[in-house]
Write a new protein. Sequence first.
Length: 269
Amino acid sequence: MGDSDGEYVRLPLENGTESQVGTILTGGKWVSMVWWVKVVFLVAVLAAAAAVAVIFVGPMFIRRVVVPILEWERETFSIPVLGLLLFASIALFPAVFLPSSPSMWIAGMTFGYIYGFILIMAGAAIGMSLPYYFGSSFRQKIHKWLERWPNKSAIVRLAGEGDWFHQFRAVTLIRISPFPYIVFNYASVATNVKYCPYICGSLVGIVPETYMTIYSGRLLWSLAGGTDDSGLLSLQQVICDVLGFCSALAATVAVTIYAKRTLQNLQEK
């Protein structure tokens, strides 16, 4: 309250009131600590479940499902024909709203990191280009569709703003962020984004996902092969594989979170 000179003075709190304030602050810190303990425990449980899935369930699935499919493909088709089929599926499936991730996975396991990466990126370039050009014929329908989800449309429209570099950056961040891959292929038509920054940003943006797809496939393939050779994996193999998978997953998640936050900053500007 104010004194006779017009200045404010601090009234002392009663002992009971001060103790109540201290109790509230202490309780708030305790609640925060309990929340973090729960988060750490949940992350540990999920990590353990993921490790069990990668080490045991994954190889079993590979041996009983994927390996027979790959053997059938190799016996039925030659390597060039198989590569052409995978390339065609990666290029055409997104245009008809079908997921191309299984084809990417098989391409990575069959052709490895280098050739598998080249095959996936080449097919994805066509798979992202076809909707860009086909979608122009029903641009108005896409605009009406985006009006139903204003938050999503605000993110999409970032791709059509600014100069070449701004469009390239926005498209790259959208591709990295957890925005539906197939949806953005067509939704980008509703913006003013040019094709060059669109395709360049898209190719750069899908690199983390492509690498993670190839890596997970090769990891499960190696785990399946290791269990076939010796029955069980050694402790050193398990530790190296789990650490490698967790590192790749953590890097992918970190890049995704960064992209999402950067997109939010661009929206605020």
